[in-house]
Design a binder for this molecule. Structure first.
Ligand code: DP6
Length: 326
């Protein structure tokens, strides 16, 4: 009734934004990400007969009501599947700065899905685990796998075909990914609510859906060709399209701050100097950059000089979610 798992977070190169079913958390578009080696969540779960409710500890402290509720909701799914009627104690730790607003739901819910299944004696294959993790958070479905990963949009009503699949393993292409953490206030709205808002209020949402297949096909091809220039060009285009949705929603959402813009400008300057480096930004102000291993130290140095950057991490494609102890 107890298990520990690790899952790594991921960077979406073609973004998931929008849902076609909120209840089952089915995505409106497919997405492609790279799992990140050095940013992960370790989660221990223990089902205990004596508990009167689920309890979540995040980085050593009891979590707020909202993440508690989300975790409990997810554990209800596991309980329904297994017939277990005990509540659980969940202890989750990120090895990266959570308060900075870096996406933790992907690694957090992927680790929880893997640990909860082991603890509940539910033997699922990675595809089934991905379906399960998706119900908690769309991006978590991708963190079940390592390397480059594609989330299938699926078309079945029950969501059984809306899961991630591996594109290539983490050894296929030893890219470097930099994470530039910007200082500043927390983001204004979480992605779950922001997706709903943009879907009904941005005039560009329909175009976003229409152009998604092309971005996915081009990205898949570019990854398999190890074509950094192409991967970077599609990733930046797709990232700007997603942020255009948030900026044109009503009310408008602006995830960037001044530092975010200055990092993008610095990256474009580096490119003009002949250094192949490309950026992507999730629903927050931090900037991720992809480049070759040879260029990453120089790029880190440049990004560290940008006013408002508090820290720059360097990582590379990482492994699938896994059990670490039983
Ligand atoms: C901008 O996976 O956090 O990071 O399914 O509602 O939990 P929910 O959304 P979430 O959305 C991630 C949005 C994104 C893009 C991406 O990771 O593809």
């Amino acid at each position: 009734m107890r298990a520990t798992a690790i899952a790594h977070t991921n960077l979406a190169l073609v973004k998931y934004w929008g849902k076609r079913n909120k209840e089952l958390n089915l995505p409106a578009v497919g997405s492609i990400s790279v799992t990140l080696k050095d940013l992960f969540t370790q989660t221990t779960i223990c089902f205990k007969k004596e508990l009167r409710q689920d309890v979540l500890y995040l980085n050593g402290s009891i979590a707020d009501a909202s993440p508690q509720k989300r975790v409990s909701h997810f554990l209800d799914v596991v309980r329904r599947k297994t017939g277990i009627n005990a509540y659980a104690e969940v202890k989750s730790r990120n090895n990266f700065p959570t308060a900075s607003g870096l996406a933790s739901s992907a690694s957090g819910f992927a680790a929880l899905a893997v640990a909860a299944c082991r603890a509940a004696n539910l033997d699922l294959n990675p595809t089934e685990l991905s379906v399960l993790a998706r119900q908690a958070s769309g991006s978590a479905a991708r963190s079940i796998f390592g390397g480059f990963v594609e989330m299938q949009v699926g078309n079945r009503k029950d969501g059984s075909d809306a899961h991630a699949t591996p594109v290539t393993d983490e050894k296929f292409w030893p890219l470097h990914i930099l994470v530039a953490i910007t200082s500043g206030p927390e983001k204004e709205m979480g992605s779950t609510d922001a997706m709903t808002l943009t879907a009904w209020s941005s005039p560009f949402f329909r175009k976003w859906l229409e152009t998604s297949h092309q971005d996915l096909a081009d990205m898949r091809f570019a990854i398999l060709q190890r074509n950094l220039e192409k991967v970077g060009e599609i990733a930046e285009h797709n990232c700007f399209k997603m942020h255009a949705l948030t900026m044109t929603s009503r009310p408008a959402l602006l995830y960037w701050n001044g530092t975010t813009v200055n990092i993008m400008l610095a990256i474009r300057r580096l490119r003009r100097q002949g250094i192949p480096v490309y950026f992507s930004i999730d629903a927050g102000s931090h900037v991720m950059a992809i480049c070759t291993p040879e260029a990453s130290q120089k790029i880190r140095h440049v990004l560290e000089q940008v006013d408002g950057v508090s820290r720059v991490l360097i990582t590379s494609p990482g492994p699938a979610a896994h059990i670490v102890e039983n």
